[in-house]
Design a protein around this ligand. Structure first.
Ligand SMILES: [Zn+2]
Length: 329
């Protein structure tokens, strides 16, 4: 079901999907990437060059394989828009590139398939570590059952007095990830990396960008590896996921939601063809120096960089996002 057709899940209720896209090794896609780096070839995806300069050459090849205006355009009058590092001569050619990218994202998703992660139940993991007694586990399970709601971790903390720190550590054992903290959180700076809708709907909290290469991405009680991989491809940053203790996560997440995010346009289309038309029109109108499309769960994220970037975090007011869905997937 398209994401825009229904109420979005909240950060608390969203069940993170398995890392379907995380380890996609689709040789067909890798072959299709011209000039791919070894890492790109291994993942089958090209990572974003967020600092792509505007094309300034006089002689430019249109990237559309179906271009009918000749592959070499002389004295052309346009240097933008560019899509995924490629220039194209017209809105029709741009549409061809976007349609190919939509197809790539859909194929990659189905090639990735479902992965089932068998996690040790939280209570057992904590018993095994000797962090709780079986009486505490029993008490928390009873409290959970009589309340009819709430995660076990919550009841371990609130019904039988287990420390939040231990519950967070146990959740990290379950997810094989580190505990992250939200200290010195720069919500306004990090808001430029990801659309607000994803922070809200998927319960993600960009925590910090280290050395312009690594983005630490926090979650409250479960990782969303699909989102993490999409951000990695879009920003070119390596994304390291971890869990943040609820008492730190929630205030930081709330303040992040109040930050200034890039402008976003929502598009819902009745088919992929209509979606390709709509995205091509938007890119054509916006004339970005570069743009890129990735799939995030059941929607597509198109980001447009309005001017060349000097770092991994976009300059303020230099990016526009589109979040799109079609009813056919
Ligand atoms: Zn063309």
């Amino acid at each position: 079901m398209p994401i825009l057709n229904r109420a979005l899940p909240t950060a608390r209720s969203r069940q993170a999907e398995p890392s379907a896209l995380l380890r996609v090794h689709d040789a067909r896609i890798a072959e299709g990437i011209r000039g791919a780096t070894p890492a790109e070839a291994a993942t089958g995806f090209r990572l974003a060059p967020p600092a792509s300069p505007a094309r300034a050459n006089l002689f430019q090849t249109c990237a559309s394989p179906t271009c009918s205006s000749g592959w070499l355009k002389l004295l052309r009058s346009r240097s933008t828009p560019c899509f995924e590092g490629e220039w194209c001569c017209s809105q029709a050619c741009l549409r061809t590139l976007i349609e190919t990218a939509l197809r790539r994202e859909l194929d990659a998703c189905s090639a990735g398939g479902e992965t089932h992660n068998h996690r040790i139940p939280l209570g057992l993991a904590m018993l095994e570590q000797g962090w709780i007694t079986s009486a505490q586990l029993k008490g928390a399970l009873e409290a959970q059952r009589s309340a009819g709601a709430g995660r076990l971790g919550y009841w371990l903390i609130h019904a039988v007095g287990v420390s939040e720190q231990l519950v967070t550590r146990a959740l990290c054992i379950q997810w094989s990830c580190p505990v992250l903290n939200a200290d010195f959180h720069d919500a306004d700076g990090l808001a430029l990396l990801v659309p607000r809708l994803f922070v809200d709907a998927f319960g993600a909290l960009p925590l910090r960008a280290a050395a312009g290469r690594i983005l630490y991405l926090g979650f409250e009680d479960r990782l969303d590896n699909v989102l993490a991989f999409a951000i990695e491809r879009m920003t070119g940053l390596r994304v390291e996921c971890g869990l943040v203790a609820t008492s730190s996560f929630r205030p930081a997440h709330d303040s992040m939601l109040r930050a200034a995010f890039p402008p976003v346009e929502l598009i819902e289309a009745c088919s992929e063809a209509v979606l390709a038309d709509a995205l091509a029109r938007t890119v054509e109108r916006t004339r970005p120096v570069d743009s890129r499309l990735v799939r995030v769960h059941d929607c597509f994220w198109l980001r447009m960089w309005l001017r060349p970037q000097t770092g991994a975090i976009p300059a303020p007011d230099s990016v526009r996002d589109v979040i799109a869905s079609s009813r056919t997937h």
